[in-house]
Design a protein around this ligand. Structure first.
Ligand code: WT7
Length: 636
């Protein structure tokens, strides 16, 4: 996937925006505003923050007294819900559609801002009646149904934090996240629809609750109607609770400090334990809404579709919070893009008149494989902008997306960012001349560089480590319960300079365009999903037949990367195709189907350093049949 491009290639392949796009864009001159935003960073962000409503204005824009624990808008009082919902009710937006949702079987539900507010307020009262307090973390484990967003918004409204666990995760992944957050309340569903089948969410939740003892109350949304086990005194049906008098549609939004916790979201790192990345009400509100508005040029008449799952940061920032703050109409779809046929997405774009589509390279490559005839059957003329996120987009997929889906008319916003950054960091604007495969330039206020281990900037076109040189309002504040790890992972390598290490390698070309190459740590992006090699390995060794395991990523045509596992079995156990399948399924059961290795190879030994570290680089080189490089640290 790592595309190495020469200067000549860069020059020859630039897509200029249409005049009409430039004329209508919120930002017409990137350079001037960018210069201002870095020369007076606090002034720039203060201006943007003023577009939101605050219960009390901040005293300081940026508080950097205790680096790297930056704070933003300290002294300010706000609640993200006031801006995402409450204030729209006072305007004509009250009757505008906030959410259009389509289930995989074809059922449709829509919510105006008025209706959304009623649902959120009702569920907020339900949570309160269950004793949920400000500062407490509620775990949400749901399919892509409106109640997922409603539950998130209800938590935020009453000042509780949410921890959304992606519905594709399984037992161990859920149990360990519940445990780490010490959640007392779990919101889930009986299941969801995926490729014509129903998922067993409640079954998985029940098993996870058995492994982590903290849950006292579990609220279950009925989505599929399948039979599920409900435990007396612990389990409640969502619809039962929402029908009680306690679920009144009136609920006051809690006034929060700008720096109060809004949510934690677990993401994979280099060790087995996932990190609870923490975001706050104030800075996150400002950052998600500003980036969404400028990068996707949001207008009141837009119909915005971010085809991610709300269970990931993309969904938090750009399905739920950013777009609602901007008063947009959001599209959300429950199921698979190719169900029942590969035109499902294109059909929905036509049906709902979607104007902006934001998705991942994996989805684009997957749909591209079915051929042009599927999108060509549909009227996609409402589309005006496209977006990509999650992994580098190869130029071939970029061009297909641009020509076949965007009909040559829609610029592609290739947005680089992370769970930790809260919002877009390196991204084009609609007016930016585009080079397929490049996320182009830093968003306002941000300064990025590609450096070597000493922090020296590498020459134009050279590969190095991507760093972020200045703080931004949407940045993670810490890792929940582990501030040492926060410092260690992101800030220690460039402590002297005070830079944030992204964990990606990249190049910056002679025009200042950033080209992301990929992760440099033991994080693997599979279909744009982030997984740690250590997580998959620990799932493998949790199987009684496995003694040791190592996993690596190898390039995959659709998924970008795929996981390959190498396993040493316990004495007396011998490898077989059946055992390989058992182990793949075991990983699926513990973490989730996305983590299932492509293959499991049984080996006698693993290449290790003398200090016992597995040399994944050597495994990778062997698998690809290339030179194994420097083996001087290899044991034996
Ligand atoms: C990692 C962060 C940000 C929402 C989804 C992913 C990779 C992300 C791009 C892009 C190349 C990208 C990076 C990054 N990545 N966007 N446009 N081009 N790579 O969030 O799960 O926290 O993963 O995704 O490797 O570090 P995440």
């Amino acid at each position: 996937m790592a595309k190495s491009s020469t200067a000549a290639q860069h020059q020859s392949d630039v897509y200029q925006p249409d005049k009409s796009i430039v004329e209508n864009a919120h930002v017409k001159d990137y350079d001037t505003l960018y210069k201002r935003s870095v020369a007076d960073r606090e002034g720039f962000w203060a201006d943007e923050a003023s577009n939101l409503e605050w219960y009390k204005k901040w005293d300081r824009v940026l508080d950097d007294d205790n680096k790297p624990f930056y704070k933003w808008f300290t002294g300010g009082k706000i609640n993200i819900i006031h801006n995402a919902i409450d204030r729209h009710l006072q305007t004509q937006r009250r009757n505008k559609l906030a959410l259009i949702w389509e289930g995989e079987p074809g059922d449709v539900r829509t919510f105006s801002y008025h209706a959304l507010n009623r649902e959120v307020s009702k569920f907020a009262n339900v949570l309160k009646s269950m004793g949920v307090r400000k500062g407490e973390i509620v775990t949400i484990y749901m399919p892509q149904i409106p109640e997922l967003a409603i539950a998130m918004l209800a938590c935020a409204k009453i000042g509780a934090a949410h921890s959304v666990v992606y519905g594709g995760f399984s037992v161990e992944a859920l149990a360990e996240r519940i445990q780490d957050a010490q959640s007392r309340v779990l919101v889930t569903a009986d299941g969801g629809w995926r490729r014509g089948k129903i998922t067993d969410l409640k079954g998985i939740a029940n098993e996870a609750m058995g492994r982590s003892a903290t849950i006292e109350v579990c609220i279950t949304v009925q989505r599929t109607g399948q039979e599920v086990y409900m435990e007396n005194d612990r389990d409640f049906w969502y619809h039962d609770l929402m029908g009680l008098p306690i679920a009144s549609a009136k609920c006051t939004t809690e006034e929060m400090d700008a720096e109060d916790m809004l949510f934690i979201l677990y993401t994979s790192g280099t060790t087995g334990r996932p990190k609870g990345v923490l975001h706050t009400h104030g800075g996150y509100s400002v950052y998600t809404s500003t980036t969404h508005k400028y990068v996707f040029d949001i207008k009141d008449e837009d119909r915005w579709w971010c085809a991610a799952d709300p269970g990931w940061i993309t969904g938090h920032s750009y399905i739920v919070y950013g777009p609602l703050i901007n008063g947009a109409t959001i599209m959300m779809y429950e199921g698979a893009p190719n169900h029942p046929y590969p035109n499902r997405w294109w059909q929905m774009i036509e049906k709902y008149g979607i104007t902006i589509l934001y998705t991942s390279p994996t989805a684009i490559r997957g749909l591209m494989r079915f051929g042009d005839q599927w999108p060509k059957r549909h009227d996609l003329s409402t589309l005006r902008l496209l977006g990509s996120v999650g992994e580098p987009i190869n130029p071939e997929a970029w061009r297909w997306y641009h020509e076949v889906i965007g009909e040559g008319r829609c610029p592609i916003m290739d947005t680089w960012w992370q769970t930790e950054t809260g919002g877009f960091m390196i991204t084009p604007l609609p007016i930016t001349p585009l080079k397929p495969g490049s996320a182009t330039k830093p968003f306002f206020g941000n300064e990025v560089a590609v450096v070597d281990d000493d922090g020296k900037e590498v020459a134009a076109g050279e590969e190095g480590k991507l760093v972020l040189k200045a703080p931004w309002p949407g940045m993670a504040r810490t890792i929940f319960g582990d501030s040492d790890r926060y410092v260690e992972v992101y800030w220690k390598d460039y402590e002297k300079q005070g830079w944030y290490k992204a964990g990606d390698s990249a190049r910056i070309d002679e025009d200042g365009y950033v080209w992301i190459i990929g992760r440099i740590d033991d994080v693997i992006k599979v279909s744009g999903y982030r997984l740690g090699t250590a997580e998959v390995e620990s799932a493998l060794v949790s199987h009684p037949d496995v003694s040791e395991a190592a996993t690596i990523a190898l390039p995959h045509e659709v998924k970008g990367n795929a996981i390959y596992a190498y396993v040493i079995l316990r004495a007396g156990v011998s490898g077989s195709p059946d055992l390989e399948e058992t182990l793949r399924k075991h990983v699926g059961h513990e973490i989730g189907p996305i983590a299932r290795p492509e293959s499991v190879t049984f080996v006698e030994t693993l290449p290790k350093t003398r200090s016992g570290k597995i040399m994944r680089r050597v495994l990778k080189a062997r698998a690809q049949g290339v030179d194994e490089g420097d083996l001087s640290t290899l044991e034996e």
